[in-house]
Design a protein around this ligand. Structure first.
Ligand code: PXP
Length: 242
């Protein structure tokens, strides 16, 4: 049996390149549209509290202009939750966030009651948004997510992706967490650090419905796309009519 796994392309790092120059290109919405034309089922972005890549206006344009499902990643910061509730994307994935990190480093810590997280879940669900919690592939975290009454989890694949050895053990951990979650009626998504070289075994885990992939796709776009981009500008120079 071959179920299709939905691919959500994360466009954060399109905005990272734009922010390096504080200019207008590349546009995450334009990139999102191309990704959808080429097989993405949905688009993900992370509006961080420090606004290091995606900006509020990007979030608004992505949610309002795209016809595919949009997954708004956010931490439980009141202002960002408020914007998500106003924009009402199809889905919101709650993640931990710290200012010093280069990227999201681990799943949410659900081991203790967190009033801020509870409030964010309630506000997002109250606005009619489907909520997923980004967690490490651990049984206790999956069970806690179920207790928090959300419909979905996203399993952090970082330990699998970044681990040079012991891939099999890390995959087994993901497969087991997926099985526990499915048994509890949770939808299972996964992501972080996935590339064309390591995505196959994760996509093959029965029960995983959705994958979020960003950095590797944007990185590949540069190496695959620098040829046509150079040709384009070469033609302008050569046609300048000197
Ligand atoms: N899922 C979550 C919750 C994330 O925070 C990120 C990174 O923003 C991703 C998936 C995508 O990770 P990557 O950019 O490594 O593909």
């Amino acid at each position: 049996m071959n179920e299709t796994v939905r691919l959500y392309v994360n466009v954060d790092h399109v905005a990272t390149v734009r922010q390096a120059r504080q200019t207008e290109e590349p546009d995450p919405l334009e990139a999102a549209r191309v990704a959808v034309q080429h097989g993405a089922d949905g688009i993900t972005f992370h509006l961080r509290e420090d606004r290091r890549h995606i900006q509020d206006d990007d979030a608004r344009r992505l949610v309002e202009a795209l016809e595919c499902p949009v997954n708004f990643e956010l931490a439980a910061h009141s202002g960002v939750v408020e914007l998500a509730c106003e924009l009402r994307p199809y889905q919101a994935t709650l993640v931990p966030e710290s200012r010093q990190e280069i990227t999201t480093e681990g799943g949410l810590d659900l081991s203790r009651a967190d009033a801020g997280l509870r409030d964010a879940i309630d506000r997002l669900q109250g606005a009619g948004i489907r909520v997923a919690l980004f967690i490490d592939p651990e049984q206790r975290a999956v069970e806690r997510a179920r207790e928090l009454a959300v419909p979905a989890i996203e399993l952090h694949t970082g330990r699998y992706a970044n681990h040079g050895t012991d891939h099999d053990a890390m995959l087994a951990e993901l497969a087991y967490a997926t099985q526990v979650a499915r048994g509890l009626g949770l939808a299972v998504h996964a992501g972080h650090g996935l590339t064309r070289n390591n995505v196959g075994p994760v996509a093959a885990i029965p029960g995983i419905e959705e994958l979020n992939i960003g950095h590797s796709i944007v990185a590949r776009s540069i190496t695959i796309g620098i040829g046509p981009a150079t040709r384009e500008i070469r033609a302008q120079i050569d046609g300048a009519g000197r």
